[in-house]
Design a protein around this ligand. Structure first.
Ligand code: HEM
Length: 471
């Protein structure tokens, strides 16, 4: 027994020395890594991290080590950037150097480095450029994204109207409306809200997000090889992804059969045309796997994000009726009640614009953004961040504190800093508000409903909406 514990101790010491040696010198990097807590062999800094609340764990480390620190997720070394200043200096001022994508195993394994979100290098550049141009040119000279949003917003208003002011949970109606806008852009058509295939697709996306946020998936991000062999909810996540991929593949087949290359109607049509144009180019990234995964990315990145933000918008209006009143005043004054809102109205609505920005900051739905990777050895704030081997999770706290109970400031000019800067400065978030706000007002379902922020953040509240429809 003594011999066994002696050997175990020796083994741990050897592992520790090897690990610390490898870890602190970095894979090829020369210079000082940002400071951080001392890692244990194999476990890294696991004992300092709470898989139930990774964000809070990193915040605590940030308080101890400053705005740039190193932490080990198992064997993976991660440099964390926190605070607006550090995030801006890295992702905006040194954008190219930090533009690589780090992997987030619980999500990225589904994509196998295909598509836009988890790709790197030339693949990322080609697919990103194509996606931006295609989405910008929409609706392909025919129907603009704005028209598609306006159409969907009317359907959404009708759905709200059906509730006739009785309390209801808006979660699924909102995510179906948002998902329909993406369907319209990607597939060229929207679905009825009760279409069975459409419901299945949306349930899979919601479930994929839910399972991906549970502690087993967080553990998967730290110990992917070990967790792969252990049963648990993290395996359900991949099953959801497979379901979404099957849905997309079916749609692509359908569209391939009816494609007129001289008249593409949607994102998939355009991608298929591009695939054909580049079929003799060996460096082309326009292949079937990238089409499937980029489409998956657009659904995944677009649906839950906007749906959740809109839900937070409702919750914020419930909590701050005085702000809702001012919003309505501006909407009534600038748009009136008889026409559909248009993008050009935005310039004349500074209060509404400021509230939208504040809702985005307040809801903070992707507080850790997605991991970035250094594209080369980077000198940053007196430290060296070695190429590739380091992911940077950027967290712009304390731009907005989740625990704050003060209302959104709603300054009359939209000067608030937005959420973490995107991987590229040109990433913009489309807003799907359309017709709804002018005819919709949110009310508390009961005078005694608890609207404290912790309750709001659990998102369990029902709203009742008064939605008069105009012809
Ligand atoms: C409120 C809504 C949204 C929020 C808060 C949001 C947030 C983010 C964040 C934080 C990132 C990571 C940026 C980075 O790497 O630094 C990201 C990337 C991305 N988002 Fe959004 N997003 C939203 C809406 C959308 C929508 C509607 C779409 C598409 C229809 C979309 C497509 C993407 C794509 C493709 C990427 C990857 C970009 C790249 O790697 O170059 N997002 N988003």
């Amino acid at each position: 027994m003594e011999l066994l514990s002696g050997s175990l101790f020796l083994l741990l010491c050897v592992c520790g020395v090897l690990f610390l040696g490898l870890g602190w010198k970095g894979k090829g990097g020369k210079g000082r890594l940002p400071p951080g807590p001392t890692p244990l062999p194999i476990l890294g800094n696991f004992l300092q991290l709470d898989p139930n609340n990774m964000l809070r764990s990193l915040e605590k480390l940030g308080e101890a080590y400053g705005s740039v620190f190193t932490v080990y997720l198992g064997l993976q070394r991660v440099v964390v950037l926190c605070g607006y200043k550090a995030v801006k200096e890295a992702l905006v001022d040194q954008a190219e150097d930090f533009s690589g994508r780090g992997q987030l195993p619980s999500f990225s394994k589904d994509f196998n480095e295909h598509g836009v979100v988890f790709a790197n290098g030339d693949r990322w550049r080609q697919l990103r450029r194509f996606s931006l141009t295609t989405l910008r040119n929409f609706g392909m000279g025919k129907r603009s994204i704005e028209e598609r949003i306006q159409e969907e917003a009317q359907c959404l208003a009708e759905e709200f109207h059906k509730t006739q002011g009785t309390p209801f949970d808006p979660t699924f109606i909102l995510s179906r409306a948002v998902s329909n806008i993406i369907c319209s852009i990607v597939f060229g058509n929207r679905f009825q809200y009760d279409d069975e295939k459409f419901l299945t697709l949306n349930n899979l996306i919601t479930e994929r997000f839910r399972v991906g946020s549970l502690p087993p998936s967080q553990l998967y991000n730290i110990f992917p090889e070990i967790m792969e062999k252990i049963p648990g909810s993290h395996h359900a996540a991949s099953k959801c992804s497979q379901g979404i991929i099957r849905f997309i593949e079916e749609r692509i087949k359908m569209q391939q059969a009816s494609l007129d290359p001289s008249d593409p109607h949607n994102y998939i049509d355009c991608f298929l045309v591009k695939m054909d144009q580049e079929k003799n180019n060996p460096a082309s990234e326009f292949c079937m796997e990238n089409l499937v995964m980029t489409t998956f990315n657009l659904f995944f990145a677009g649906t839950e994000t906007i749906g959740t933000t809109l839900r937070y918008g409702f919750l914020t209006m419930l909590k701050y009726p005085q702000i809702q009143e001012k919003l309505h005043e501006e909407i009534d004054r600038v748009i009136g009640r008889d026409r559909i809102p248009a993008t050009e109205d935005r310039n004349k609505m500074p209060y509404t614009e400021a509230v939208l920005h504040e809702i985005q900051r307040f809801s903070d739905i992707l507080p850790m953004s997605l991991p970035h990777a250094a594209t080369k050895d980077i000198n940053f704030k007196g430290y060296v961040i070695p190429k590739g081997s380091v992911s940077a999770w950027a967290k712009a706290w304390p731009a907005w504190s989740c625990s704050s109970s003060s209302p959104p400031s709603c300054r009359p000019s939209p000067s608030s800093p937005l959420c973490p800067p995107a991987r590229s400065a040109s990433h913009r978030r489309p807003w799907a508000l359309g017709r709804c706000p002018q005819n919709t007002s949110c009310q508390r379902p009961g005078a005694n409903t608890d609207l404290s922020l912790p309750v709001l953040r659990r998102k369990k509240i029902l709203v009742s909406l008064s939605v008069p429809l105009h012809s």
